[in-house]
Write a protein that binds this ligand. Structure first.
Ligand code: NAD
Length: 337
């Protein structure tokens, strides 16, 4: 069965390609290498023994997307990761984000809705909840006004998919990720942030390896137990496995609605200081950090209620925070060696 993975050389996409190939799917990766490299194909091959088919296509080019589906008319499902994802950059350059994240989605859906098997998995985010009133956050929590153009593209993306599914063959699962971290346990693939990392864990590992002077902890005066912000950190391999399960649900026509939404997190919130302590333990390194002002746009806490994913999808995150951090550290050591 042929599965298209857009953005399949990126962080979450590459781990998902591995899990798909492990389950026997034939994977076709589309990526424009804007935030990834061809070496990832070799990493995937070293883990699975197989290189996926690769097409270097920019999804902003409508004719290229059309031509792709002329060539691969027998695709059984699509997992759509390709997007720009830097929140700060999206504030600086909103049109880049609307063009990439929205146009690409529209061009893809225009073709996918015509397929015999119009099965579509979409990478969404817990940012759609903003600062939710109740913890842990269920899928029924209201979507709040987006805090950045990036966040807005995820909300608009969900709406576009819902509108299209109402009037076409499209069946879709929207996966709202909490905070993906870590790397494949083999350290053959992992996260490769360009420039200064925006996310906590790559910043921690880059600081520990000496690439950054010290970690800035944004605020220790939040109304949380230790004053630092709380997030739900999920191992990227657990996240990748959820995509395979969601895809199988669509392929087997087990979905109860044309568009279903699931939170993907561990269900446990960890503060920034807890993450630092856990990292120091698994890496046996002491991390240099300083407390600085709160960062604009950061919510106080966000962690998932995962009951729906546990019971309906039959998926549950398996890895602990320590395991995820250990894999991130192993990856950092490997790429800098
Ligand atoms: P990533 O940047 O590592 O991967 C995205 C991939 O898409 C890259 O390989 C990039 O080259 C490719 N790409 C971007 N624009 C493209 C285009 N126009 N045509 C073809 N390829 C294109 O990002 P990631 O962390 O793996 O995230 C994957 C998805 O998950 C994104 O949609 C992101 O918004 C979403 N998401 C990520 C996080 C996170 O913290 N990493 C959290 C929530 C949601």
């Amino acid at each position: 069965m042929k599965i298209l993975v857009t953005g399949g050389l990126g962080f979450i996409g590459s781990h998902t390609v591995v899990e798909l190939q492990n389950k026997g799917f034939e994977v076709i990766v589309v990526d424009n290498l804007s935030n990834s490299s061809l070496n990832v194909l070799d990493g995937i091959e070293r883990i699975t023994g197989k290189k996926p088919i690769f097409e270097n296509i920019d999804l902003r080019e409508k004719s290229a997307v059309q031509n792709f589906f002329k060539k691969y008319f027998d695709i059984a499902g699509v997992i759509h990761f390709a997007a720009s994802k830097a929140v700060g950059e999206s504030v600086e350059n909103p049109l880049l984000y609307y063009e990439n994240n929205i146009n690409s989605l529209v061009y893809l859906l225009q073709e996918i809705k015509e397929l015999k098997n119009a099965n579509f998995i979409f990478s969404s985010s817990c940012t759609v909840y903003g600062q939710a009133e109740k913890m842990p956050i269920t899928e029924n929590a209201p979507v709040q006004q987006a805090m950045s153009p990036y966040g807005n593209t995820k909300q608009i993306g969900e709406e576009i998919i819902t509108d299209v599914a109402k009037v076409t063959n499209l069946n879709s699962i929207l996966l709202r990720y909490f905070n993906p971290i870590g790397a494949h346990p083999s350290a053959e693939i992992g996260e490769l942030p360009l420039g200064v990392p925006q996310n906590l864990v790559p910043f921690i590992t880059q600081t520990a390896i000496g690439l950054r002077d010290k970690l800035s902890v944004f605020g220790n005066d939040y109304p949380t137990a230790d004053g630092t912000a709380i997030r739900d950190y999920i191992h990227v391999v657990d996240l990748a496995k959820a995509h395979v399960i969601a895809l199988q649900r669509l392929l087997n026509h087990k979905n109860l609605e044309k568009v279903e939404t699931f939170n993907l997190g561990t269900g446990t919130g960890s503060s920034v200081l807890e993450v630092i302590t856990a990292f120091e333990k698994v890496s046996e390194q002491q991390l240099k950090y300083q407390i600085v002002e709160r960062r604009e746009g950061d919510v106080i806490e966000a962690f998932a209620n995962t009951d729906k994913a546990n019971t309906v999808l039959g998926w549950k995150a398996q890895s602990s925070l320590e395991e995820a951090l250990a894999s991130a550290w192993k990856w950092e050591l490997k790429i800098r060696s």
